[in-house]
Write a protein that binds this ligand. Sequence first.
Ligand SMILES: [Zn+2]
Length: 319
Amino acid sequence: MLLDTHCHLQFNGYDKNREEVIERCNQKRMILNIVGTQKDTSKKAVELAEKYDNYYATIGTHPIHLFASRVDEEESSFVSHEESFDEEYYTELAKSKKVIGVGETGLDLFHLPEGKSIKEVLEKQKEVFIAHINFAAKHNLPLVIHCRSAHDEMIKLLQSVIARSPNLIGTTSSRHGGISVPLQSTGQRDSDGSKDPRNDRKIHGVMHCFAGDWEQAKQYLDMGLYLGFTGVVTFPPKKTDPKPQNDLLEVLLKVPLDRILVETDVPYLAPQKYRGTFPSEPWMVEEVVKKIAEIRQKTVEEINQIVLENALNLFTGID
Ligand SMILES: [Zn+2]
């Protein structure tokens, strides 16, 4: 059993070979969470999830789609849409039992649309992100959070949501998502593990494709979030600027094992072994698992088991 908690297998990049990719994933008995980035790709994620037993969907609007602009990634470029959060539309999609999360949503100050000030971009992104948080709480679904070049703003925003939204916090039961406030505010699990970890969670969700440092990681972990790791963890440190990668490896060494999720973010971010492959494929998540096993001195099987349990704890809609 292999798990990819964040992939975009519904993207157009797979229109020519999706069936073959699915066949390769099914041979490895994969569980996939197919993540939407706008209305159209959220709908396609749900449609794909409906077709396969072990496929699930997450629905929402990515921050780069709030303004129309050209987006250049390492492997590809595309034109983003100008969309907002259409609650009615997403409510309809959320009726599917295959919907297990809300996102990806969050903040992105890496791709700034031309002619817009940071203030304007950030205001819009915050407004839409909060709409997703409300939606997630209402539907008892965990959040899949995107954050790029905006950790300070993200941490501040999440802390203010926790502090100022008593109507949001405390909506959770131990079985479901939403946002919860812990009965005891230590944010720590009992060492015997007997306490349900969901009761400790202040925000039910994952920082997807986490690539920050340990100080940032600690803040998210204190808020109850999981950290999702992609093929980025397999990249060698850049000779010209090794710090970000070394910081990420430090996080991987220190993060509690019960807060780790593995993901690919395909078609992007192929692990080092396959770097440059576009579109990359969900089974490449094996490389992420291998890297974590190596750093934590565990076997691949042990890490696979741990990340599966973590995913089942967070995404309670997986059955
Ligand atoms: Zn993504």
